[in-house]
Design a protein around this ligand. Structure first.
Ligand SMILES: CC(C)(COP(=O)(O)OP(=O)(O)OC[C@H]1O[C@@H](n2cnc3c(N)ncnc32)[C@H](O)[C@@H]1OP(=O)(O)O)[C@@H](O)C(=O)NCCC(=O)NCCS
Length: 177
């Protein structure tokens, strides 16, 4: 955990937060607590000097062959694992929401927060989790690519056209650390 990172609690008093995306603002300020209470997602908040820098929420999920519209791209996912462990789906953690307060954007906080997620699912993780996945807004794909995420092309029929499914292989991260 990086200093200043806290897990949302029921009695948390929200301070000013605006990432300039109304859906993300609304989720954080009005819905995150009830998602957590219902065990659907856990939210973490980064604070500094009493201000909110950013937040993310995560849930259990999986990455699976049927999500991929191009077979060769799924092969790339499974080829990262040793042969006996190749399956048609793998355990993953899904970043449901991820945002940095406008004032702190482009200051490297997003990447630091992303590294914290990577560490927390490799070091001392309670269950097996090989991948991080995210339905990335098309406008933030560059941010995810800079943080090592790769797009998994989908046919788009069951997904939001404003997002792209991206994944990060924690196996690569654990070998580097
Ligand atoms: C996307 C977001 C989380 C990035 O956080 P950040 O703290 O600003 O990002 P960082 O400063 O760590 O930037 C890391 C790299 O990503 C790039 N990047 C950051 N935000 C970007 C954006 N919105 N679009 C394109 N590239 C972006 C930066 O140029 C930087 O590259 P560099 O290291 O070569 O300079 C933040 O801008 C944000 O909250 N945006 C609004 C909400 C949102 O879109 N969330 C994503 C939901 S899927």
């Amino acid at each position: 955990m990086i200093p200043g990172l806290i897990r949302l609690t029921d009695d948390y008093n929200f301070k000013y937060f605006n990432c300039e995306d109304s859906d993300l603002n609304d989720f954080f300020l009005n819905e995150a607590k009830s998602y957590q209470k219902s065990l659907l997602a856990v939210t973490y908040i980064l604070e500094t000097n009493g201000e909110i820098v950013g937040f993310f929420c995560v849930s259990n999920d999986r990455i699976c062959a049927e999500d991929a519209s191009v077979k060769s791209r799924w092969r790339r996912v499974k080829d990262s694992l040793p042969f006996p462990k190749r399956r048609s789906s793998y355990p993953a953690v899904k970043i449901g929401r991820f945002a940095i307060n406008k004032k702190f954007q482009t200051g490297g906080f997003g990447s630091r927060l992303m590294n914290t997620i990577k560490y927390s699912f490799v070091i001392g993780n309670k269950t097996g989790c090989r991948f991080i996945i995210v339905d990335a807004y098309t406008r933030s794909i560059n941010f995810y690519e800079k943080n090592g995420f790769i797009e998994l092309p989908t046919d788009g029929s069951s997904r939001n056209s404003k997002t792209k499914l991206m994944y990060f292989d924690l196996g690569v991260f654990s070998q580097m650390n």
